[in-house]
Design a protein around this ligand. Structure first.
Ligand code: AMP
Length: 583
């Protein structure tokens, strides 16, 4: 089915107020340097995201503006002005300093979306340390891998999540302190011996802190992201990324001073920090944070209650809203919304049409990834939307579709989606894995791992991943991580994991499992293996389906041929099987 282009003249109808002027100014000979003056910089020189996102507003006439409207799962409401956030983040930076945290130390966060997560995050940056947020649904294995790899010195955690990972803490030699945030006294249990109470420390810490001097190139945040082989890698970002968060906040999310913004992403993933913290607050814009997960009626309620104007969400969530039906949104007043964006997976044209039909607004798709740190390609307000396309590169970004020699493909031809290195929010390394980092740059391009094509007008169209990485509900899952967890089950001899197409989550994790001799492939065993992996990883990452097989197809060098498993699953041609090991 062909979908109509959604043209610019209709923008008024969509109640969008594009920064057209800014956009046109910026694309003509734009360099990122031109925007530099819009960041404040640290007094005395240097750059720190916490200063740009919080302190500069606390020192301006925005000081009493509510930066964070928080709603808890139990309906609790809290509000934090920029001035209050400055005070709390100063306190927390002092807590960390008191614990001996120094510039460059890794401090990790494993908690639900509560205000203290935001306070701790910016307190870490003020202390000059590197913040590592972890997805709160993770089980002990992913948490252990990430804390070990990063050599985290401090972990900040809530009581229930502390309980979940209690068993791994002894095996983390570099972890010196565990700080427990007992939000509103939700837990009645005493602290474990050696744990530090967030509330107690905050009460006695000074509310004045001088931000540790960081430069724009000093590391600020690390997010772990999955590849085809090995465990997830820590993509490390620098304070300079603030520049691009601020700019894309305006250009792509169309943030204006009086907006009420809602980003539904969890801060354990990069969207939740770049666009759930940095982009709105570097622009001084108020935002809502809802602690809980997805529920159609609750989400509409949040939009109505907080009069959300700009909404940033993801295709899986939109498909779930679509599935919940068109009647529910009719019960809510959603007219405050004036602009909606989506990221993380391909956005189906049907989802854009659904937005137009039910909310009277289209979703604007945009593309980026953990490594790019910020949006690079977008359907931004100053352009027509081509449903199904990721949009066009933002000012200051050179994107292309290239072949394996780095030669640019013609419009319509498939190739690797590549970006000319050097944009402000580009990742700076994979933690302790420079070799892997270097391997992503070829022929003067950063190779993204995605396959794409362009059209005659320079719009980019996503085709798929170039590797075996699975995108389930917008979360990248490395098959190796799941296979490693599966083979720890005593019955499992070997496992191969693929992404199986799914109408809502785009892909779900499917595992092919060969059993050790003596085990019967029963439903009970299947359920047991599923439970086992779920507990180790997270429900969303663990296989949704397990199929027992006698053996797995492997290359002569012993690598599992996931490509072949997938082709067989989908009934597609098996392609080149010349490297297949003979039985
Ligand atoms: P992550 O690093 O976890 O944020 O995942 C990034 C990956 O998600 C990209 O490399 C793409 O494969 C996929 N992705 C992100 N945004 C889009 C989009 N708008 N359309 C298609 N795929 C996307």
């Amino acid at each position: 089915m062909d979908y109509p282009v959604i043209t610019k003249p209709k923008l008024d109808e969509f109640r969008v107020r594009p920064n057209l002027e800014e956009y046109h100014r910026s694309v003509q000979g734009f360099t990122w340097e031109q925007l530099r003056g819009e960041l404040d910089g640290l007094p005395g020189g240097g750059l720190n995201l916490a200063h740009e996102a919080i302190d500069r507003h606390a020192h301006s006439d925005r000081r009493d503006r509510v930066a964070l409207y928080w709603e808890g799962t139990g309906g609790e409401e809290e509000r934090y002005t920029f001035a209050k956030l400055k005070e709390l983040t100063d306190r927390f930076a002092n807590v960390l300093k008191g614990l001996g945290v120094k510039k460059g130390d890794r401090v990790f966060l494993f908690m639900e979306r509560i205000p203290e997560l935001y306070v701790a995050f910016f307190g870490i940056l003020k202390a000059g340390a590197i913040a590592g947020p972890l997805f709160s649904a993770f089980g002990p294995d992913p948490v252990k891998d990430r804390l070990l790899d990063s050599g985290a010195k401090v972990l900040i955690v809530t009581p229930d999540l502390r309980k979940r990972i209690g068993g791994i803490l002894q095996s983390l030699p570099e972890l010196k302190h565990v700080i427990v945030v007992n939000k509103n006294n939700r837990s009645k249990e005493p602290l474990a011996p050696g744990d530090i109470s967030y509330e107690k420390e905050m009460a006695s810490a000074s509310s004045n802190f001088q931000i540790v001097k960081t430069t724009e190139d000093d590391f600020s945040i690390m997010h772990y992201t999955s590849g085809t082989t090995g465990k997830p890698k820590g993509a490390v970002h620098a304070h300079k990324a603030a520049l691009q968060h601020m700019a894309t906040g305006r250009w792509v999310l169309d943030l204006h001073d009086d907006d009420m913004y809602w980003c539904t992403a969890d801060p354990g993933w990069v969207t939740g920090t770049s666009y759930g913290m940095s982009a709105p607050w570097t622009n001084g814009v108020s935002q809502v944070v809802y602690e809980g997960g997805f529920r159609a009626s609750t989400w509409y309620h949040i939009i109505q209650k907080y009069r959300v104007t700009v909404w940033y969400t993801a295709p899986t969530a939109i498909r779930m809203l679509m599935r919940a039906g068109d009647e529910i949104p009719k019960r809510y007043d959603l007219t405050s919304l004036r602009y909606m964006c989506s990221v993380g997976e391909p956005l189906n044209p049907e989802a854009i049409m659904w937005g137009l039909r039910t909310i009277k607004l289209p979703f604007h798709d945009n593309w980026w990834q953990t490594e790019t740190g910020a949006i690079l390609i977008a359907n931004y307000p100053a352009m027509d939307i081509r449903p199904g396309s990721m949009g066009r590169p933002i000012p200051g970004i050179e994107a292309a579709v290239v072949d394996e020699k780095g030669k640019q493909a013609k419009p319509g031809q498939e190739g690797d989606l590549a970006i000319r290195p050097g944009w402000p929010s580009m990742f700076r390394t994979y933690w302790h894995n420079q070799e892997m980092y270097d391997s992503k740059f070829k022929n003067g391009w950063y190779i993204t791992g995605d396959r794409a094509r362009t059209d005659e007008d320079g719009y980019f169209w996503f085709i798929g991943r170039a590797d075996d990485v699975i995108n389930t509900a917008g979360h990248l899952v490395g098959p190796f991580e799941v296979e490693s967890a599966l083979i720890e089950h005593p019955a499992v001899a070997e496992a191969g994991v693929i992404g199986k197409p799914d109408p809502v989550a785009m892909e779900v994790v499917k595992a092919f499992v060969a059993l050790h001799a003596g085990y019967e492939p029963t439903d009970a065993l299947r359920a047991d293996i599923m439970r086992f992996v779920r507990q180790k990883l997270a429900a969303g990452i663990a296989p949704r389906e397990i199929e027992f097989v006698d053996s797995l197809p492997k290359t002569r060098s012993g690598k599992i041929m996931r490509r072949l498993l997938k082709a067989r699953e989908l009934g597609l041609p098996e392609g080149d099987t010349s490297t297949l090991e003979e039985d």
